[in-house]
Design a protein around this ligand. Structure first.
Ligand SMILES: *Cc1c(COP(=O)(O)O)cnc(C)c1O
Length: 408
């Protein structure tokens, strides 16, 4: 059998989406049809270096052989049971993830937003049952500029007008304080506080890295106040910053860690709340759940992801190549780059607005075979797969330099 002749061009496929697909995204005009490792290929066979990696959902690159093999093997045996029954992959997944993070128990979910929602529910229940907060009075302290997902409760404590506008009424019970401000955090925490929920590095906000000592301070404030510290590591976790978890840069152990994105190996959505036993023990049968959470395919892929992380090889690559990224960006400061923030293989780069918006720079990079994504205004985010080579990274930075020099 011969392969069917492809009749639809990229332009044709983009046009076809317009009337039938909700316009909640504004993608760059590239239609990806194939991918392997750090590279993707469009419908016309043009190749691009992927410097976004699905917002860190593709930390191990596209179709990592070990992950694809684990998925294939599982597809051939068992894909879904629901949690009405046990499945033979879930114990190993939970054991390995608890061991990787140094925490005790795992609540498997699917998307990142579900992990955040689950973390919020568990924190509230913990506040009522363990801390003794009066019914319906629990508060959760969060940081301005946060991104934790898109559900109605989560956008209730977003400070981004685009994320909130038109979606009220909002869920009460949240207090927003400035990020990277321990005094404000301390002032917001009281006897009603169930948890402080923060990103150890704010990804969507432009890869904002708090001052050294902030995460240790959050740990100290929450310990003193007798509330939980929940770290949303959905984007920062699983190797991206050069450590398994970003909180490790300050040797801090939260009470609960939220994982997603890379946990699914770029194959299926897999997320989890990983926490101390005392925290997740508040859930009893019937009180929370998910039809797909912990399904055997997700558990098999998730276990394979943990297996890749167990050796520390990817964390070390991210740390080492992070130096290449940092050096390359430092050389561009004053040459179109106003400044940047970077940790491991993750950077938010502020482009001189006189040269172009983040969107325009992303478009020019796309035309030269590099895929990135802008965040706010003139900031672009670089987050290549952790499998990227030093040569690929240098080449991408060279292209960024060219784009900034040419100016258009
Ligand atoms: C992406 C992200 C989420 C939401 O994950 P989804 O899978 O898109 O629901 C939550 N928190 C952080 C920090 C994220 O980066």
């Amino acid at each position: 059998m011969t392969a069917p002749v492809r009749t639809r061009s990229s332009a044709d496929l983009i046009r076809a989406e317009e009337p039938v697909l909700a316009h909640n995204y504004h993608p760059l005009p590239v239609v990806v049809a194939r991918a392997e490792g750090t590279w993707v290929e469009d419908v016309e066979g043009r190749r691009y270096l992927d410097m976004l990696a699905g917002y860190s959902a593709l930390n191990f690159g596209h179709r990592h052989p070990a992950l694809i093999e684990a998925a294939h093997r599982q597809l051939d045996t068992l894909t879904l049971t629901s949690r009405a029954f046990h499945n033979d992959r879930l114990a190993e997944f939970a054991e390995s993830l608890a061991e990787l993070t140094g925490l005790d128990m795992v609540l498997p979910m699917n998307t990142g937003a579900e992990a955040v929602e689950s973390g919020i529910k568990v924190a509230r229940k913990w506040a009522y049952e363990v801390k003794g907060v009066p019914a319906d009075r629990a508060t959760i302290v969060v940081a301005a500029g946060n991104f934790h997902g898109r559900t109605t409760t989560i956008v209730s404590f977003s400070t981004d007008p685009e994320a909130r506008g038109g979606f009220g009424p909002f869920t009460p019970g949240f207090r927003v304080v400035p990020y990277n401000d321990l005094a404000a955090l301390e002032a917001a925490v009281d006897e009603t506080t169930a948890a402080v929920l923060i990103e150890p590095i704010q990804g969507e906000a432009g890869v904002l890295i708090p001052d050294e000592g902030y995460l240790r301070g959050v740990r100290e404030v929450t310990r003193r106040a007798g509330c939980l510290f929940i770290a949303d590591e959905i984007q920062s976790g699983l190797g991206r910053t050069g450590r398994t978890l970003a909180v490790e840069h300050e040797d801090v152990m939260p009470d609960a860690v939220l994982l997603g994105k890379a946990l699914g190996g770029g194959i299926v959505p897999v997320s989890a709340v990983v926490a101390r036993r005392e925290v997740l023990s508040v859930l009893r049968p019937g009180e929370h759940g998910s039809t797909f959470g912990g399904n055997p395919l997700a558990a098999a892929v998730g276990s394979a992801v943990v297996e890749l992380l167990r050796t520390g090889e990817f964390q070390q690559r991210a740390a080492e190549l992070g130096v290449v990224l940092r050096d390359g960006l430092t050389a561009l400061v004053g040459r179109g780059v106003l400044g940047f923030r970077a940790r491991g293989l993750w950077a938010g780069v502020d482009i001189d607005p006189a040269i172009g918006t983040g969107r325009e720079i992303s478009r020019r990079l796309m035309d030269r075979g590099i895929l990135v994504k802008d965040t706010h205004g003139s900031t672009i985010r670089l987050a290549p797969p952790l499998t990227v080579t030093a040569a690929e990274l240098r080449s991408a930075l060279g292209t960024l330099g060219e784009v900034l020099r040419v100016g258009s």
